[in-house]
Design a protein around this ligand. Structure first.
Ligand code: DGJ
Length: 728
């Protein structure tokens, strides 16, 4: 690993243990992107051969920027592709020309300003390159930052804009990265969906023109995740070249791949320029969020495992990062708003009998919230439901032997609330315009987190409750997209900063609250996985993956989520049947088997279980306690995709390869199917493994190369979990 500079060729070479990333300062002082891919040890090529001959006509007096692979392209020159940034001067012009000034290589990784990002725990873990670029005419200084993680094979990029001139500048587009590929022979992979259908995998061939995914919802969104990858045509889980790009950000974003007339491909990622501008007064700095880039020459699986490791170890933070996560029971699908202290205590008592460790009281405990149309913002306990108050309830739950967790939706206000009566202008809105608050906005408004006093209110209101009782877990929900984006506090020329300022406010609030309560485990949620992104994971190490708790729907949702995010970040619960979202009937075993591949819990009325069901659940809970170190901290290998077949399979393997958990689900039963084997991955071919509970010992080579039989499954939605342990 290293970052080196070849002064003669003006080439900067970043090397992780498996990848190389190369850039060059051109003769004109611009930054060209040369290479990102499989590691090369030493670079021997010279200046002229690097920029493809089509782009460099020796007889021409100028470079044709349209065909030069660039590192951070500007707008206004002979490059007609989408630029990485776009800036408006006071005279109205929007042309800019960034030239190289200097660069600096240092150990470690500096923090981004007020934004989440990956980090190091000691300086030896990573090296950072910062390149200073300047537009001489305006004094706009752009700093490109690159960090390479030695062990983790990832490269992060981010950008800072500093106005070193004397006049105001307006950023119209300020993306976090841009990268030019010298061909279009790729597929684009994206994670798209909707509420209850998050992160389904889509793969399409690149075509000329721009293909993009984005969010304009004020949240990273259920619709699109801030992630895309380019895949070589033959790439699959285990083979082929894969280039992953993930924006560590929770608001509006764009990720685009543009194929130009010369069949070059430009990838751009960052804050969505739609309805965004940022006024940069002299000496002001704008920090763009971080992109985590992962290259794999061994397929999509290897890329995912790199993201997983990096995010588990150096994006998620806090006391719970390396701790086993508790098994919880949440009362949402058990009671919705209709509960009282007795009911809650009863569920917790049964939970204890079954071995569950944490009770989570969901929505409905505050104000007069008997439905979703009141009380958000009034964070005081509803004595009609909890007559002896929260402290008393928590004590009773603790006395039962369970920890206690509580639901909040701190970013919201109900029009029917005391808070709204007092502060009508505290919500995101534009004067004299509708404030959308229909069914799809869940009858609520979004607090204006661009305002300091609003953020302070949230910090105090949430903290007061958290201090009032021994609460050990918080579910932080967020249930609507942001409409009528505008702030009562920002001047006209800064209105289009609202969406990003909202995120800055949110990150500050999350940072302060999680710092005041380091011993509370925070799980984020946005109607399920509407804000499942690296930005939030920096503050809260787990996320409720989807409001869809049906085991079969969850196959695709969890499989898709695993493309970037590790299982330890995914909440996954067993719910009742018929399932509340899709009405499907599945066995308790299969519901358990699927949920055990995430942060396991139950979300149903435990008091309604039959004795037989209780016995099954007791076993599940016991089993999960024995295997969670493998699923939460192990390496993850996808084996069979539910998007491509009538079945799904994956395996978790501990780092030392001595233990593994394999899951297989057959969706619909089929008669007379040809014999088929599930070939496991990630094991040590030389080890012998006991298949626990099946009286079988098999070699790692047999399990991976010959595989396990999958034809004996009968009945719809049948499943199995294999537990493998190395024989000593
Ligand atoms: C949406 C969440 O995703 C659900 O789990 C639940 O907490 C509800 N909100 C409560 O309003």
């Amino acid at each position: 690993m290293s970052i080196s500079y070849n002064e003669r060729e003006k080439i900067i070479h970043l090397q992780t243990n498996k990848t190389s990333y190369v850039l060059q300062i051109t003769e004109t002082g611009h930054l060209a992107h040369i290479y990102w891919g499989r590691k090369v040890d030493t670079l021997n090529f010279n200046n002229k051969s690097i920029i493809a001959s089509s782009s460099y006509d020796i007889l021409d007096k100028e470079l044709n920027y349209d065909v030069i692979p660039q590192e951070y392209p500007a707008y206004g020159n002979s490059d007609f592709r989408n630029p990485a940034f776009h800036v408006q001067l006071e005279n109205g012009s929007t042309i800019c020309d960034l030239a190289y000034v200097s660069h600096k290589i240092s150990k470690g990784k500096p923090k981004l300003i007020n934004l989440p990002g990956t980090y190091v725990e000691n300086e030896e873990e990573a090296d950072t390159l910062e390149i200073d670029l300047l537009d001489k005419l305006t004094g706009l200084n752009v700093v490109l930052s690159y960090t390479i993680f030695n062990e983790l094979n990832a490269i992060t990029r981010s950008v800072k804009f500093i106005n070193k001139g004397k006049k105001n500048l307006k950023l119209l587009r300020a993306l976090s990265m841009s990268m030019d590929f010298d061909n279009d022979n790729y597929d684009m992979l994206q994670l798209s969906g909707a509420w209850c259908r998050e992160k389904h995998i889509y793969r399409r061939s690149l075509v000329p023109g721009s293909q993009s995914i984005e969010s304009k919802r004020g949240m990273s969104s259920h619709g699109q995740n801030p992630f895309m990858a380019l895949l070589s045509k033959e790439a699959d889980e285990t083979h082929g070249e894969v280039y992953g790009f993930n924006l560590v950000y929770s608001g509006n974003f764009i990720a685009e791949a543009e194929v130009d007339p010369n069949f070059n491909t430009r990838v751009n990622l960052g804050i969505n320029p739609f309805d965004f501008t940022w006024l940069l007064e002299p000496d002001e700095v704008f920090q763009a969020p971080e992109v985590v880039m992962v290259y794999s020459s061994d397929g999509i699986g290897e890329m995912s495992r790199t993201y997983h490791k990096l995010y588990r170890k150096r994006l998620c933070r806090g006391n719970f990062r390396d701790k086993l996560r508790p098994i919880l029971v949440n009362n949402w699908e058990a009671t919705y708003f209709n509960f009282n202290a007795n009911k809650i205590e009863h569920i917790a008592k049964v939970g204890k009998e079954l071995g569950i460790e944490l009770f989570v009281l969901d929505d409905g405990w505050f104000g007069k919230r008997d439905s979703d149309n009141s009380s958000l913002g009034d964070w005081t306990v509803d004595k009609n439901k909890l007559s002896n108050g929260l402290e008393d309830l928590v004590k009773k739950i603790n006395d039962t032997g369970l920890d206690f967790g509580l639901w909040f939706e701190p970013e919201m206000v109900s029009p029917d609330s005391d808070l709204y009566k007092k502060h009508q202008d505290w919500c995101i809105h534009v004067d004299n315009r509708l404030k959308s608050q229909g069914k799809y906005q869940r009858n609520q408004l979004v607090l204006d987190l661009t305002r300091k006093e609003v953020c302070d209110y949230i910090i105090k209101a949430v903290s007061d409750i958290l201090k009032s009782a021994p609460i050990s877990y918080v579910k932080w929900d967020m249930n609507r997209g942001i409409t009528e984006m505008g702030s009562a506090c920002l001047p006209a020329e800064r209105q289009r900063e609202t969406a990003h300022r909202y995120m800055l406010g949110l990150y500050r609030v999350m940072d302060e609250i999680t710092s005041i309560f380091p011993n509370i485990l925070f799980e984020s949620c946005a109607s399920g996985g509407g804000r499942f992104d690296g930005g939030i994971l920096y503050y809260m190490p787990q996320t409720w993956t989807s409001d869809d708790t049906d085991a079969i729907e969850r196959l695709k949702i969890q499989y898709g989520t695993s493309i970037v995010y590790p299982a330890i970040t995914m909440g996954a619960h067993v719910s009742t049947c018929p399932n509340h979202q899709v009405g499907r009937m599945t066995s308790l075993e299969t519901r358990g088997n699927v949920a055990m591949s995430g942060n396991f819990g139950y979300e149903l009325d435990l008091t309604k279980f039959t004795e037989l069901e209780k016995e099954i659940v007791k076993k599940q809970v016991k089993n999960y306690k024995e295997i969670r170190h493998i699923t939460q901290f192990g390496d993850f290998y996808r084996l069979i995709s539910p998007f491509e077949s009538n079945e799904a399979a994956w395996i978790f393997v501990t780092e030392d390869k001595t233990e593994a958990i394999g899951t297989y689900v057959k969706v619909l039963a089929e008669p007379y199917v040809p014999s088929k084997r599930i070939k496991l991955q990630g094991l040590n071919s030389k080890y012998k493994y006991e298949v626990i509970g099946y009286d079988m010992t098999l070699g790692g080579d047999e399990l991976m190369y010959i595989g396990l039989d999958s034809t004996r499954f009968v009945g719809d939605f049948s499943s199995i979990v294999w537990r493998l342990k190395k024989v000593k």
